[in-house]
Write a new protein. Sequence first.
Length: 364
Amino acid sequence: MEKQFNNPKNILVVRLGAMGDIVHVMPAVINLRMAFPSARISWLVEDKHKDLVECLPGIDEVIVFPRKQWQTSLKYPQKYFKIISEARMFLKKLRDKKYDVTLDFHGNVKSGLLTYLSNASTKIGFSKGYCKECNFVFTNLQITPQQKKMNRVDKYLTLLHGLDIEAHYQRPVFSIPDTDRLYIEDFIHKKHLNQKSIAIIHPGTSLFGKYKRWPPKNYADLADRLLQELGYSVIFTWGDQEYKIVEEIVSFMQYQATIACKTASIKQLIALLQHARLFIGGDTGPTHIASCIGIPTVAIFGPKDPVIYAPYNDNAVVVRKDIPCSPCEKRTCDHVTCIHSVTPDDVFDAVCKLKKKFDFLNIA
């Protein structure tokens, strides 16, 4: 199809979630800003991830899609008319922005509808077979990536071909308010954690991704070795409904680790991660953020395909086991052999190799 743009002045980016995918889209958005330095770029994102998008410089407006709020209100029939009214007002405001281009990086029905209803003259998305749920019917310019199996970062960069941008990876630099930095620095100082190199372990995953979660006893054994053999200060980070997981891990340990302070926003979590010299976690958002920041990162993978979902940067390594049923895209599993097959020794060996590499480069 013939392209319908000419130096767009008003651009909408659609990536509603999740945390890791938002991080993966950021290099494409940086390329977008470099290509159109005077354009107004807005990002449509779900309320849960607003803080993360706000960390990326170069975004003129963060537009919140209040999915969680509306979803909660749907439990109460008396609020139906209010939701309908709010939704109509939301869509009217979106259309009134008069976007020249909308780029749908999300690629499902929900994002496709929002892309279509943005009323942009050019609506760019992925072609059939490279998006979900017939998303391609909502766009008028479809891009076909070079191959089916590729890292998400590279896939998202290809969407810019629709704007004649030959994109290259750009590492995001996060902008964190001083108040959040000072909050974390106060925690580090009070716990005397700045006397040794800090290793951060994030054992949680979203409730949606519990099947990707490594067993607590494994994390405990690994943390003991980091403390005893490598001399790290170990901090366990946690998110919503994950504090009990961290408490269980610490109860298994022989040596003393620190449970992180409550991070009320992703900005505070990033401020804490920036103090780390090592990060260990599963296939989850904080792992991708840590790798993006440049921290030596060990990612413990279970069912997901690392070719597609691994942290993008060369400061990260993936630890996984090759078993007949992995990788897979299942959301539930009776045995989760893949993630349970990874041992603390496997991860510790990966840490030692990574540490040796970065010690040689004088980075860690």
